[in-house]
Write a protein that binds this ligand. Structure first.
Ligand code: ATP
Length: 238
C-alpha cells in the first residue's frame, strides 16, 4: 500500500465557542485523489484551513509525511509540498498572469526550472498563455480558477488541496476544471478535493468521505459512495 501522506486524527476546530469540526479522522495516501463532500456549513473548508495552518486546532492532530504539522504556518507547509487552492481562488488581481504564476514558486530555489514549469502550466491552460501579460483581476471566474490552480502547481506540490474549485463557474468551465483536476492527478500529484458537486467529485475519486455537521458520517470508494442510496438521496437530489 502507498505511503500515508496526510493523516487527520480526532480533528476539532472551533470559532470562538462554536465547534465547527467535532472530531474528524481521515487519511490520504500517496497517488490518491480523495474527495470530501458535504453540504453548506458541514465543516469542509474549516477542515482544509486547519490542514494548511490557517486555523488553529482545538483538538486532535494532523500528520503530513509521518510527522505532526500542528502549529506550522502555510509558508512552512508549502515549502514541504503541501499547497492549497482556496475557495474563492485568491489570485493577486493587480498582478499579471505570469507574475501570479511566479508568486506560486516563491519557496523554490531552482530558478531555471520555474520557467519550464510556467510553460507546462501554459500547456495545460492555453487561455493563460494567451493572457499572460493581462492583470489577473480582469479575468473571468473560471480563468481565475485556472490561474489559482496553475499557481499552486508552481510550488511543485506533493499534496494539492482544492477547495470547491467548481464553485460559481459556468457548466463549460466546471467541465474544464474537473478535466484539469483529472490531468493533474494523472501526472502523479496527490489530491484532496473538497466539493459540493458530489457527483463529479466522487466520479473522479479513488475514495471519498462525507461530512455532515462537523463529523465524517460515511466513507468508501468513489464509485461505491456514488452508488450509495443515502449519498444519492442527500447529495445527488434523488
Ligand atoms: P461551505 O461549502 O458553505 O463553505 P463548509 O462545509 O466548507 O461549507 P465551513 O465553511 O467549514 O463549511 O463552515 C462550518 C461551520 O463553521 C458553519 O457552521 C459556519 O457557519 C461556521 N464558520 C465558518 N467560518 C466561520 C467564522 N469565520 N466564524 C464563525 N463561524 C464560522
Amino acid at each position: 500500500m502507498a505511503q500515508v501522506l496526510l493523516k487527520v486524527s480526532g480533528l476539532e476546530v472551533a470559532y470562538g465557542g462554536i465547534q465547527a469540526v467535532k472530531g474528524v479522522d481521515f487519511e490520504v495516501r500517496e497517488g490518491e485523489l480523495v474527495s470530501l463532500i458535504g453540504s453548506n456549513g458541514a465543516g469542509k473548508t474549516t477542515t482544509m484551513k486547519a490542514i494548511t495552518g490557517t486555523l488553529p486546532l482545538a483538538g486532535g492532530d494532523i500528520e503530513y509525511l509521518g510527522k505532526s504539522i500542528k502549529g506550522q504556518g502555510p509558508w512552512d507547509l508549502v515549502r514541504q509540498g503541501l499547497a492549497m487552492v482556496p475557495e474563492g481562488r485568491g489570485v493577486f488581481t493587480r498582478m499579471t498572469i505570469t507574475e501570479n504564476l511566479q508568486m506560486g514558486a516563491y519557496t523554490r530555489r531552482d530558478k531555471a526550472a520555474i520557467g519550464e514549469d510556467i510553460e507546462k502550466v501554459f500547456t495545460i491552460f492555453p487561455r493563460l498563455r494567451e493572457r499572460k501579460d493581462q492583470l489577473a483581476g480582469t479575468m473571468s471566474g473560471g480563468e481565475q480558477q485556472m490561474l489559482a490552480m496553475g499557481r499552486a502547481l508552481l510550488s511543485r506540490p506533493k499534496l494539492l488541496l482544492l477547495d470547491e474549485p467548481s464553485m460559481g463557474l459556468s457548466p463549460i468551465m466546471v467541465d474544464k476544471v474537473f478535466e484539469v483536476v483529472r490531468d493533474v492527478y494523472a501526472q502523479g500529484v496527490t489530491i484532496l478535493l473538497v466539493e459540493q458537486n458530489a457527483s463529479r467529485a466522487l466520479a473522479l475519486a479513488d475514495r471519498g468521505y462525507v461530512m455532515e455537521s462537523g463529523l465524517i458520517t460515511m466513507s468508501g470508494g468513489g464509485q461505491e459512495l456514488l452508488a450509495n442510496p443515502k449519498v444519492r438521496a442527500a447529495y445527488l437530489g434523488e
